[in-house]
Design a protein around this ligand. Structure first.
Ligand SMILES: *Cc1c(COP(=O)(O)O)cnc(C)c1O
Length: 439
């Protein structure tokens, strides 16, 4: 039985990541555990690079989607640059020895400390999100005797048709600068003595299931460049950064692939005539990772509801409680086939061995539900469940709420696996507080 997750497949009723049994891994490292496939990460990176090779983009992997050092290293070794959104993320990629001319920095609230840190390290470009930020970069760069290379992040007022909490390119969102303000900034750019204006940046949100919003956004940029700017001003726009947001399938349904996006987007890019930067995160790592949890208890209420209580919780995988995200779940060992497609609205399980269940964590919140109303095969206490599509915005969004140690992370490569982050200990969790007890 194959899943739609390429590098995670069932063979003889057992889930494998590449050539390793998931059960064997968690037998060694325990649960919960994030498990990633190195070859899936590489294959997805190459797929998106190939799709856009006509315009040879600098591909800056979005560090916030999965910031583990070993995973960033796999991508750095494959030639990726990096899109960071904080000083902490910048620190990570600099620690890896990534060349600063492959690092771009976005975010509405970059502090003076973060700007100074990035300028001192000569990063490639800031994606600037407000006139106030531009003035701040100019001031700090002046103090350091440097030039701040910038792209203006435009808010093109496009509805990317994604979840309210993950759309970023509508005018009511906090992100980016509207066209009129951007036009004024570009006209006045000579007043910013330590700013080198290099381009325009657009990122519309995530996940985006159609190329249309990208095309609409870039058409608006084209119109802006040609109607609001002089020839001289327009010539400064050497780069167009088209952001991230490329979708993955969470349900097993077919979704648009990088080639479907590039076929529509490349013609507009060519019309713009700029060099290209892109910032994929989810597409590269999303379906390259799973979260494996152990089943602690099974509880059946007299009114019929069955709860499967796991050792993973909302603090480990926040997306379901944060924005109703749907992650497929299935037992790691089962003789019931995982359906090829599973939609969020539960349909009656065709297989009589399935029951309607809620899969929940131990955290003291009613929203601590990882999978709600799913038709699910029988699992026993001590069993294992895999949550799929957990490679992006999984571990990076985890917390230690309820003083729960964060999970370990494991990277599989062919028939071998290694720990790439150890499980936190209780001591780790109180380390920053203990020294103050005696004060
Ligand atoms: C989060 C983010 C991305 C990555 O989005 P994905 O959906 O993971 O591809 C890219 N650019 C910016 C500015 C972001 O904030």
């Amino acid at each position: 039985m194959t899943t739609s997750f390429d590098f995670f497949n069932y063979l003889n009723n057992e889930l494998y990541c590449e050539d390793v049994k998931v059960k064997e891994i968690v037998g060694k490292v325990g649960t919960p555990a994030y498990i990633y496939s190195k070859n899936s990460i590489l294959e997805h990176f190459i797929e998106i690079r190939n799709a856009f090779e006509d315009v040879s983009p600098l591909i800056c992997f979005s560090v916030k989607s999965n910031s583990n050092l070993s995973i960033c290293k796999v991508l750095a070794d494959a030639g990726a640059g990096f899109d960071v959104v904080s000083g902490g993320e910048l620190f990570r990629v600099l620690e890896l020895g990534v060349s600063p001319d492959k690092i771009v920095f976005a975010g509405v609230g970059k502090t003076s400390e973060e700007l100074k840190y990035a300028l001192e390290n000569d990063i490639f470009m800031f994606n600037v999100e407000s006139p106030a930020e531009l003035a701040n970069i100019d001031r700090i760069a002046g103090g350091l005797n440097k030039m701040g290379r910038v792209a203006l992040r435009i808010n093109p007022d496009i509805d990317a048709k994604t979840h309210d909490k993950t759309t970023t390119g509508k005018k009511e969102n906090k992100f980016g600068i509207d066209f009129d303000s951007a036009g004024k900034l570009i006209k006045d750019i000579g007043n910013y003595k330590n700013i080198d204006l290099k381009g325009i940046h657009v990122h519309l949100g995530s996940p985006i299931y159609s190329p249309d919003p990208y095309v609409q956004g870039l058409e608006k940029v084209y119109k802006f460049l040609h109607e609001s700017l002089s020839d001289n001003e327009r010539q400064r726009i050497e780069y167009i950064n088209i952001g991230g947001g490329y979708c993955i399938s969470y349900t097993g349904e077919k979704v648009k692939k990088p080639h479907d996006f590039s076929a529509e987007i490349i013609p507009v890019i060519k019309k713009l005539g700029c060099k290209v930067i892109m910032e994929p995160g989810r597409f590269v790592v999303g379906n390259s990772g799973i979260l494996v949890t152990g089943v602690t208890y099974v509880k059946v209420a007299t009114w019929g509801k069955k709860f499967i209580i796991c050792d993973a919780a909302m603090n480990d995988l926040a997306r379901p409680s944060l924005y109703d995200a749907f992650h497929r779940a299935w037992p790691v060992n089962t003789d019931v086939s995982m359906p090829e497609i599973e939609l969020p609205e539960a349909e009656e399980g065709a297989d009589r061995r399935m029951e309607l269940v809620d899969i929940v964590g131990p955290v003291c919140e009613s929203s601590d539900i990882l999978a709600k109303e799913r038709w699910f095969p029988d699992v026993k206490e001590g069993g294992l469940i895999a949550f799929f599509s957990a490679g992006a915005y999984g571990f990076t969004m985890s917390s230690s709420y309820n003083t729960r140690p964060r999970t370990c992370e494991i990277l599989v490569d062919g028939d071998s696996f290694s720990t790439i982050r150890r499980r936190e200990t209780y001591e780790d969790l109180i380390a920053g507080e203990k020294e103050f007890l005696d004060v």
